[in-house]
Design a protein around this ligand. Structure first.
Ligand SMILES: Nc1nc2c(ncn2[C@@H]2O[C@H](COP(=O)(O)OP(=O)(O)OP(=O)(O)O)[C@@H](O)[C@H]2O)c(=O)[nH]1
Length: 304
């Protein structure tokens, strides 16, 4: 294929892909993400276990777009069958991204790290990041530590970094780059705050539905943003919760509309915290019978 138009973005050679940053608590995942993106990115409630992936940040550099996601729901604390099932789901979700970055701390390998090791995907390349190298007292200790961990899995690359000091973070990006598939950019370069903001808004509403509806949450329920306007320091957002059946509507609305009110009010508070501005949020419930089967409906909801 030839590109006859000079000076236009040649999307043939553009690479865009999803990168999951995982690791036990406190290893420095958020710090690393912020160092890679080069700006502070707020993250929605850590309680959310409602999606397989949540977009944390997007970086567009040269001809590459990195979409960093995390995979909520990973459990290292307790054993048990439920956690095994949850973690199996996490493992499957990790199989769906293009690259996994597993963060550990230099000189510290705990039982929680062992638990993460067990869910590393076989089919997705995994880069091991050994973080906090700035804290090393004796640099010579690092190599034997890294060799020990390296023997545990077939890592694509192993990169010692300091997320805090920004040491080797560009090297990490260079190593991720060839792992991302040829794709046009999914986000506009200067759109990092806008479309993901809309997306995050739907995720926040979804999280509230899941959290406040418990086991009753209707199968196939989804959220779309019907209006998203910025007016100075105010976001005017209208979100529709779409359910498959009339009977499902009641589950979301609750007795005397109480549940929908709470969904709406808690979602608004989270949005204000996350977006750092006032939010005027309207939420309603719509029935779209059989939407899950209809291609046009799926497209209108942003699924291709
Ligand atoms: N010295 C040093 N400290 C770091 C580095 N990266 C992160 N930290 C510190 O480690 C602590 C945890 O960092 P976070 O980025 O919150 O870790 P996390 O993995 O996102 O933690 P969770 O949100 O609990 O999963 C913070 O106090 C960071 O400042 C590093 O490269 N060097």
């Amino acid at each position: 294929m030839t590109n006859t138009e000079p000076n236009t973005l040649n999307t043939d050679t553009f690479h865009t892909g999803f990168v999951a940053i995982i690791g036990r608590p406190n290893v420095g995942k958020s710090t690393l993400m912020n160092a890679l993106i080069g700006q502070k990115v707020s993250i929605t409630s850590k309680k959310a276990q409602t999606t397989r992936h949540r977009i944390n940040g997007v970086l567009t550099q040269d001809n590459t777009q990195y979409i960093f996601v995390d995979t909520p729901g990973f459990q290292t604390k307790h054993g048990g069958a439920l956690n095994r099932v949850l973690n199996r789901n996490v493992s499957q979700a990790l199989g769906e991204v293009d690259a996994v970055v597993w963060v550990i701390e230099a000189m510290k390998f705990t039982s929680q790290d062992e638990a993460v090791l067990k869910i590393l995907p076989e089919s997705t390349p995994v880069i091991l990041v050994v973080n906090k190298v700035d804290e090393l007292e004796r640099k010579n200790d690092l190599l034997p530590f890294v060799q020990k961990v390296a023997a545990k899995f077939n890592f694509k690359e192993i990169i010692p970094v300091s997320a805090k000091k920004g040491i080797q973070t560009q090297v990490l990006l260079e190593q991720i780059k060839p792992l991302l598939p040829e794709n046009p950019p999914f986000f506009d370069e200067d759109d990092i705050t806008d479309r993901p903001t809309r997306f995050l808004a739907t995720e926040i509403v979804r999280e509230k539905i899941f959290r406040l509806s418990g086991d009753e949450v209707p199968y196939g329920c989804t959220v779309t943003i019907e209006l998203f306007e910025e007016e100075g320091n105010l976001y005017r957002i209208a979100a529709a919760i779409i359910v498959e059946r009339e009977a499902h509507k009641g589950m979301i609305i609750g007795k005397d509309g109480e549940r929908l009110k709470r969904i709406s009010s808690e979602a608004r508070q989270d949005m204000e915290k996350l977006f750092g501005c006032k939010v005027f949020l309207e939420v309603w419930v719509k029935v779209r019978s059989g939407w899950g089967d209809s291609e046009a409906s799926l497209r209108s909801l942003g699924y291709e």
